[in-house]
Design a protein around this ligand. Structure first.
Ligand SMILES: [Zn+2]
Ligand SMILES: [Zn+2]
Length: 495
């Protein structure tokens, strides 16, 4: 396996700043679906909170290594031979390549259609319809409105009897006002490509098993995958795959982890009064919000470089000559692991409460469903890195990101009594402008470029090949399982 960059920074303090590894992290094992189950927002909530969507920023910090959009860097040529593949596997990989070649223009068209119809969380009706129809045309059994989520869908296909079940995820949601600034159009069509190419290989190589492709709504906010997880949507899967675009070096991808994340909605309730005539009769809810904001800004000085806290203030009917009787804040707190996040989040909540005490306001704190850090599977990540390097000349990093994903919860499936859940979330680099990473208009433009599509199609091939190996190769599956159990043991020791 080749890597283009080490985990650490140069210098004698490098150990202090070294990023965590993608595996062996403390476990969020005390999570249970019942006590953190998120609820679907109402239509009014979604309208009101439509700007609240900053959870999965995949910005890559090292600008000097970005694949800039005006750089014309040819991809390395395909390498038809893979030293680690058997002849049977090699045949399957050719089938996957040929199928993906055939699908490519259709997937490109679908990707641009979704890009041109951006839909925010739980409103992904257009994407649901075109994607599920496409899968139906390719021989998959399709269910829409899956598990009570109107925009979720499932496309499944079984071949032969028995075999393992592979899960694949197609995200669909966009960002309010920014469109597909996180490139979920690429994830959506990549999931379709993986499933259809894998189906072709299973049929032609006579490998039994089942493919379950999930159309997962509301990744940016709303935790669509967590809802599906809690309702049993991932239960039958033996392993589960997906990709996500972001900036990075040309022709590369990342198999690192993501941060655990907790969102809060904080409301302050006061008393309105004439700000000039009788301000002493009022209780100022806007003051409470600003005090909380200031306290958190002070707290920020004492947090670790790996931690994040960011939020906004909003309200209604605010006038300069009226003491505001209501304010609302939305905050997101992140840390590398769930146990670290719990400690950090308690300190942040103290800031909320202190502001209420200082201003005599009432405070209501609503903790939303947490996103766990990503528990990547070492065996899957290594196999994926090998095939992508040997076959497609793509480089791997394991830097990860301080952003977050609801796929993190899927990667801790073991704690929810699912027999086995192994995951890889391949971050794929697409060319974009400097400082034009995820959640910017520049990234929305980048997600529609032919170069981004080509990068997504390469990762699609690799994920399909990985999935095929997971179905066909018992030894490889045992290695996945061993990695998962090793990771689970490590989590138990640290929790
Ligand atoms: Zn995002
Ligand atoms: Zn995203």
């Amino acid at each position: 396996m080749s890597t283009f960059q080490d985990d650490g920074l140069p210098g004698c303090f490098s150990g202090l700043f070294k990023r965590r590894k993608a595996i062996s992290k403390p476990s969020p094992s005390y999570y249970t679906p019942s006590d953190t189950k998120p609820s679907l927002p109402s239509a009014n909530d979604m309208k009101e909170h439509s700007c609240f969507s900053p959870t999965c920023d995949y910005s890559f910090s090292n600008l000097s290594q970005w694949w800039i959009s005006d750089q014309s860097i040819s991809p390395p040529p395909y390498t038809p031979h893979s030293a680690s593949a058997s002849s049977a596997t090699e045949d399957a990989w050719k089938i996957i390549d040929e199928t993906t070649d055939t699908l490519d223009p259709q997937l490109r068209k679908l990707s641009l259609q979704i890009h041109d119809h951006p839909e925010i969380m739980f409103h992904e009706t257009y994407a649901r319809d075109v994607l599920s129809a496409f899968m139906g045309e390719h021989g998959f059994e399709v269910t829409t409105g899956y598990l009570g989520l109107p925009t979720a869908w499932k496309a499944e296909y079984s071949y032969g009897s028995g075999g393992r079940v592979v899960g694949i995820n197609s995200e669909m949601d966009a960002l309010s006002g920014l469109g597909h600034a996180c490139g979920h159009n690429l994830i959506a069509v990549s999931g379709c490509g993986v499933a259809i190419a894998l189906k072709a290989a299973m049929e032609q190589k006579n490998i039994p098993g089942k493919i379950v492709l999930l159309g997962t709504p509301a990744e940016e906010s709303g935790g669509g995958k967590i809802l599906l997880l809690d309702r049993g949507g991932y239960k039958e899967m033996d392993f589960c795959l997906m990709c996500h675009p972001g900036p990075g070096p040309s022709h590369s991808f990342d198999t690192g982890s993501t941060s655990a994340m907790q969102s809060f909605e904080v409301e302050y309730f006061g008393q309105s009064a004439h700000a000039g005539a009788a301000p002493w009769e009022g209780t100022n809810a806007l003051d409470a919000a600003f005090l909380a904001y200031s306290s958190i800004s002070v707290l920020r000085q004492q947090i670790k470089p790996t931690h994040r806290i960011h939020g906004i203030v909003s309200g209604k009917d605010w006038l300069p000559n009226v003491i505001p009787d209501y304010s609302k804040m939305r905050w997101i707190v992140r840390a590398p692991t769930w146990p670290e996040l719990k400690v950090f989040a308690d300190k942040v909540q103290n800031c909320f409460k202190a502001a209420a005490l200082a201003t005599s306001c009432e405070v209501k704190i609503n903790s939303e469903a947490p996103y766990f850090d990503l528990n990547q599977n070492e065996a899957l990540a290594e196999a994926f890195s090998c095939v992508m390097k040997e076959r497609y000349g793509m480089d791997t990093s394991s830097l990860g990101t301080t952003a977050s994903t609801d796929f993190g919860n899927i990667s801790y499936g073991k704690s929810l009594s699912i027999p086995l859940m192994t995951d890889i979330r391949a971050g794929l680099a697409i060319p974009t402008k400097p400082n034009g990473g995820n959640h910017t208009p520049a990234f929305a433009q980048a997600a529609a470029t032919p170069e981004a599509h080509a990068a997504a199609m390469r990762v699609t091939r690799g994920l399909a090949q990985l999935a095929f190996r997971g179905l066909q190769d018992d030894t490889f599956y045992a290695q996945m399982k061993q990695s998962f159990m090793k990771s689970s043991r490590s989590q138990l020791e640290q929790s």
